[in-house]
Design a binder for this molecule. Structure first.
Ligand code: AMO
Length: 445
């Protein structure tokens, strides 16, 4: 039997309501399960937006009954049939099939169960990702991710930012040598970009004024953790004519609040499936200085020198304190000492106290989500800071030249998209938020 179909010719489950009862529809999907009781069979057909019961009766059409119930699980079919109300079916209706066509028969055994209640370990899931994502609670993560990106783009579009794309094959790193991935580029040494840092700053010399980029960033992270991956999606933002880091923090808290609200409204089905009750945070976000964090951690028995960045344990403890004391998930850690951000040669130091920068992190329930601040835009000072960091100035000439002919004060930030989703959905391992994650031991699929 052949059935006419096409990407717009099929009905989706969400389009079926009482007005369609008694009518004929055509749907495509995967056979999740078949329960054959002899004279009647219940076939669970999984589509983009749910699982439908197809009820076949032997006495109606024996040939159709036999061939449909003989199909292996996860085969792909298109089925045409009448929509009939059935209070006992999960959706309140079922389809009585009149025709169907097998588009792809699944091999057996399956590498991973789809309808099974028992979960597989993460490695097996990631090895068989195409199958793993047939589970609605797994694909829901990516639908939330898509809504989150739409919310982010909506915010920036409203604020008159333009979206840009900068090269991912670069000649110099910006975030320290230890996490650079070297590559061969037509016989020359090159790297995968750790961050668009140098390019987003150079764009401030063009007149674009407000830019953002959503793109992969690469870090050869030395250790395996549940919050680091080798290829992550970075939201990078740069804004010209800022007065101080305050302007950047302003932008971040509005962005985060509006994006969470957007996801809550536009991914409510998926959030429900995942059992997440999102709370839109109130702004302004509370602040805590780096020096205050040092004191708190000391009290908790966690030594952190005033010249050190918070480690994972420190980040988690500060997150717990902010939750217990103030009931909040989002908070800025401000006034990073120059010694911590010193390696960040592009950070502007405070005029009143050069041992401090206006640099900050945004913590999200114990996880660093954002880091950013005002940049040093004055050519001479920037050169001095680069020398302090023992950088070979000739390697950065392409960057420095943008500061010589009119560079407005500017600042910006980087936000890890996967970390945003990870904490929003309470996911323990960041790898679950990436379709095909890359880490020290994972290059395939
Ligand atoms: P930073 O190195 O702090 O700053 O990175 C910014 C944000 O990116 C995310 N992130 C990661 N996410 C997953 N896996 C990783 N390995 C990983 N590394 C970083 C985090 C982090 O807060 N150029 C500056 C930003 C700026 O100042 O504009 C930068 O890259 O969420």
């Amino acid at each position: 039997m052949t059935l006419e179909y096409g990407w717009r010719a099929l009905t989706h489950l969400s389009e079926i309501d009482e007005s369609k009862y008694g009518g004929t529809v055509k749907l495509g999907g995967w056979i999740e399960d078949i329960r054959n009781l002899g004279g009647i069979a219940f076939i669970q057909l999984r589509g983009r937006d749910g699982v439908l019961q197809v009820t076949a009766l032997k006495k109606e059409n024996e040939e159709l009954f036999k061939s449909l119930t003989a199909l292996p699980r996860e085969s792909v079919i298109v089925v045409e049939g009448k929509v009939q109300e059935n209070k006992e079916a999960k959706l309140g209706f079922e389809i009585l099939p009149s025709q169907f066509e097998v588009l792809s028969e699944a091999a057996t055994p399956l590498p991973l169960g789809v309808a099974d209640k028992v979960g597989a370990d993460l490695d097996t899931r990631l090895d068989n990702r195409f199958m793993d994502l047939r589970k609605p609670e797994h694909s829901a993560i990516f639908k939330v991710r898509s809504a989150l990106l739409e919310g982010i783009r909506g915010y920036f579009s409203k604020e008159l930012f333009i979206e840009v794309h900068t090269p991912k094959i670069v000649a110099a790193g910006a975030e320290g040598g230890s996490t650079l991935f070297p590559i061969q580029y037509f016989g020359t040494d090159a790297y995968l970009a750790q961050s668009p840092q140098l390019y987003k700053q150079m764009l401030m010399a063009t007149g674009f004024e407000r830019i953002y980029e959503i793109a992969p960033a690469y870090r050869a992270e030395k250790s395996d953790t549940v919050r680091h991956i080798a290829e992550f999606t970075s939201l990078d933002v740069e804004i010209a004519f800022i007065k101080s880091s305050e302007d950047v923090m302003d932008c971040i808290q509005e962005l985060v609040r509006d994006t969470v609200a957007f996801v809550k409204e536009n991914a409510s089905f998926e959030l429900g499936l995942l059992g997440i009750d999102l709370v839109t945070p109130e702004i302004p976000f509370r602040r805590i200085t780096h020096a205050e964090c040092v004191d708190i951690l000391k009290e908790k028995g966690e030594g952190l020198s005033p010249e050190e960045d918070l480690d994972t344990v420190g980040e988690k403890l500060i997150g717990e304190v902010m939750k217990e004391k103030h009931g909040i998930d989002f908070y800025f850690i401000t006034d990073f000492p120059t010694a911590v951000k010193g390696g960040t040669f592009y950070a502007m130091r405070k005029a009143e106290d050069p041992t401090l920068t206006g640099y900050f992190d945004l913590g999200y329930a114990g996880l660093e989500l954002v880091s950013g601040g005002q940049r040093e835009h004055r050519y001479d000072v920037l050169v001095e800071q680069m020398k302090e960091n023992n950088l070979a100035l000739e390697d950065f000439e392409f960057y420095l030249s943008a500061f010589r002919y009119g560079m407005p004060p500017h600042g910006g930030f980087g936000l890890g998209i996967e970390r945003f989703i990870q904490n929003m959905l309470g996911i323990s391992n960041i790898r679950e938020t990436v379709l095909f994650p890359r880490d020290r031991s994972r290059l395939v699929p």
